[in-house]
Design a protein around this ligand. Sequence first.
Ligand SMILES: [Zn+2]
Length: 118
Amino acid sequence: MSRTNIARAEVVCACCGDLIAELEAGWFEWVMRLGQAHNGALEGFQIVHHAERCMYNTDRFKGDRYVLNQPLSHFAGAGGLQELAARVRQAPTVEGSSLGLVLWQLARLSELGRRGKP
Ligand SMILES: [Zn+2]
C-alpha cells in the first residue's frame, strides 16, 4: 500500500507539535463523558501521531471519561467529515474549541484529496 503524503495540508500533532507527514501516521481521538451529568458529551477532539507518546494516555481517563479513536485516514475525506458531523449532532453537548481545530485540519486534508495526491 502506498503511503499518502499529507505534509502540504500542514496537519500538526496536537501533542508534540510536529508535522504529521503521512496520513497513516495520524490518529484522531476524542473523549466521551459518561454518567448522568454528562450523558455522552463530547470533548477533547485532537489529531496526533499514532504513537503512544502523543496519544491520550487512557489510564488518565478512568471513571466517567472514555477515549474514542480512529485512524486519521478514516476521517480524512468527505465521508469522514460526514461521520464526524453525525456524531457531533447526536451528542448532547460538544466542547467546541478543540472541534474547531480538527475540523479545519480535516477540511485541509479533504481539499488535498480532491486536488489529487502528489
Ligand atoms: Zn506527536
